[in-house]
Ligand binder design. Sequence first.
Ligand SMILES: CC(C)c1ccc(C(=O)O)c(O)c1O
Ligand SMILES: [Fe+2]
Length: 304
Amino acid sequence: MIRFRKFGRVELNVTDLARARRFYEEVVGLQFVAIGADGELLLRCDHDHHNVVLHEAASAGLRVAGFALEDEAQFAPLRARLEQAGLQVQDVSPSLCARHMQQRAVRVYEPLVGAVIEFYLPLADAARPFLPSVARIQRLGHVVFNTPKPKEAIAFWRDVLNFRVSDAVGEMVTFMRVWPNPWHHGIGIAKSTSHSLHHVNYMVSEIDDIGRALSRLRKAQSPVVFGPGRHPASESVFLYFLDPDRLTMEYSFGMEAFPEEHAREARELPLRPEWLDAWGSERDPRCFTGAGPNSTPDLVSEGA
Ligand SMILES: CC(C)c1ccc(C(=O)O)c(O)c1O
Ligand SMILES: [Fe+2]
């Protein structure tokens, strides 16, 4: 059984790196870490070396989603399962691992969510104290993938990767735990007509982080597109907003935690507005719709 630590890193394409840097540092509250060898920007929101990498590109969207493994012993069964499922597993080069402060990493193109996925082990000494700034972000929370093949994708992440389903809201979205990480979901799989980024979530420390964000986003003229509200599925208080490329980002506070074993059964919640927001806020049509296509499979070998 493969064991994961968490959803720990995400690489995004943005169309204007300087503008995105200002937004992610000053409005979202990520901390600048470094500029990478290809000009990409490394940022963080917890004690890891980095959690978010921004690359300048022609269109904005998801580039890589990264999941930290529990330990070195997970790589062999992971590779075996991925290859058995017909995926090509590529080792990330030692030089890229060193730049990312990783002991080891592998990448695959996962065709069902249509995205490049990385599995990695951080270097033991990569952890450093993190001082939150405008928002008391605790961690990168989850990534939700848009896919035209949600049923097959859910089966893959459950049966091949050992993720666990926590809840589904109709056929719209299914939430999965990065087992045995306790949080209600580290990924979501959303039904859509194409492969793209639905949203990225940051978990904050207190409800005031949500209220303060509302004022800060308004001042920065960044569209707030859903919330504040409460998700009945994970029980979290949420706020969605758009980045300068109209990628949807979410802050959330409070989330159900699951035990490793004997967890409650997954629920099928009805697809009704009150099951998405118990407080009844209205969703702006731009929410969840701004991302361009995900990066293509050749990115897997770029890191090799
Ligand atoms: C509306 C979106 C898909 C959604 C719904 C519920 C939760 C949750 O229970 O935490 C989310 O995080 C969402 O992003
Ligand atoms: Fe979310």
